[in-house]
Design a binder for this molecule. Structure first.
Ligand code: NAD
Length: 355
């Protein structure tokens, strides 16, 4: 039994998740044992239970094998005190589930090569996986805050650190993924300046000995940022820490040019995971049946691959998405003249038909 917690969230979340649910239902119709249970998160959680991560939602997520999430956030919640804001629901569920490995593929479909702001020859055939450590680094390091120095001047400060076990476990995930891909991994750090990075590099190099088939390289983050727009196809898997990964994964996602096409996975030590599109709740287009549901549907493909080890089903879903693109069907965000523009629900139906 595949037990999936479904958390639509806010804005376009419910519309796009409904399309991914159609895909799951179609797979269930084919005999796959899938159980879906819905709960609130983000602004929807606040509206329902005055909490962006209601206790019942966290409990459901913890009792499930995988979580499918839409997106959170909306203008109406922007004035709430910080603990009540929708994004707190996201941060807390990641923490509550121990999700330390964030996977974001940057993949350019041949049909959408013109959506990239880079020249087609630079991105055509691009297929990178960025693995970002998600629960450590300067984002969580203590102490942090704003303090007064002896001379009376105020100072903001944060603390960057990585423990050996934190680096080791994410490195293992990275090498595992590289083994299933082109067996190349580039670890990105700032070891020329930061002690944390020097340590990161040392541990990754040590873990690499267990994966002799994988070719490991190291790159400084400033160079990596440059190489991603200069010659992105040199990369297969990029492994990096939380803050560098935050920035590089957004940069890499834009190589594809289409935010509505990008799925993501966040995994724990047992491959339990949370799957969500990379984009936000797009309140500007919510409720209009124009949002692109493909990132969410592709997140289901990642769920099948990483949590349920069903590469066959993952490829079937990805194949269906390719087929729909080949048929010339496009939502507004990826529309080009000569193609057929369709809405959110119609796109979901087209993918189900192509399955
Ligand atoms: P966004 O990703 O929601 O939207 C950016 C732009 O891309 C908008 O013009 C939007 O219409 C468009 N877009 C996004 N997804 C699309 C899709 N599937 N199909 C077509 N167009 C799409 O980012 P934002 O505008 O900066 O943030 C809006 C809200 O989302 C904020 O409240 C923010 O906090 C939240 N947010 C949530 C997440 C998340 O849930 N993981 C991530 C980022 C932002």
């Amino acid at each position: 039994m595949m037990k999936i917690a479904v958390l639509p969230g806010d804005g376009i979340g419910p519309e796009i998740v409904a399309q991914a649910a159609k895909v799951l239902e179609a797979l269930r119709g084919d005999g796959l044992k899938i159980e879906m249970e819905y709960a609130h998160i983000g602004g929807a959680g606040y509206d329902a239970a005055q909490d962006p991560l209601p206790e019942a939602t966290l409990k459901l997520a913890q009792a499930s094998d995988a979580v499918l999430l839409g997106a959170v956030g909306g203008y109406q919640y922007d004035t709430l005190p910080r603990p009540m804001r929708p994004e707190q629901g996201l941060l807390r569920i990641r923490k509550g589930l121990g999700l330390f490995a964030n996977l974001r593929p940057a993949l350019v479909y041949p049909e959408l090569v013109n959506a990239s702001s880079l020249k087609p020859e630079l991105v055509s055939g691009l297929d990178i996986m960025i693995l970002r450590e998600l629960t450590g680094d300067i984002y969580f390091g203590q102490p942090r805050g704003i303090r007064e120095l002896p001379n009376g001047e105020r100072q903001g400060f944060d603390t960057m650190h990585y423990s050996e076990s934190e680096v080791r476990r994410v490195a293992h995930v990275g090498f595992g993924i590289a083994m299933k891909r082109n067996k190349k991994m580039c670890s990105v750090d700032k070891a020329n300046v930061l002690d944390t990075s020097m340590f990161w590099r040392e541990i990754v190099t040590e873990v690499a000995k267990e994966y002799p088939a994988v070719e490991l390289s190291h790159m400084y983050v400033d160079n990596a940022a440059m190489q991603l727009v200069r010659a992105p196809k040199q990369f297969d898997v990029i492994l990096t820490g939380n803050i560098f990964g935050d920035i590089l994964s957004d940069e890499a996602s834009m190589l594809t040019g289409s935010i509505g096409m990008l799925p993501s996975a966040s995994l724990d030590a047992d491959n339990k995971g949370l799957y969500e599109p990379c984009h936000g709740s797009a309140p500007d287009i919510a409720g209009k049946d124009i949002a692109n549901p493909l990132a969410t549907i592709l997140s289901v493909a990642m769920m099948m691959r990483y949590t349920f080890a069903r590469e066959d089903i993952a490829q079937r879903i990805e194949g269906a998405v390719r087929k729909v693109l080949q048929q010339g069907l496009r939502t507004g965000d990826i529309y080009e003249s000569g193609m057929q523009k369709i809405g959110t629900a119609a796109m979901g139906d087209a993918v189900v038909a192509a399955l």
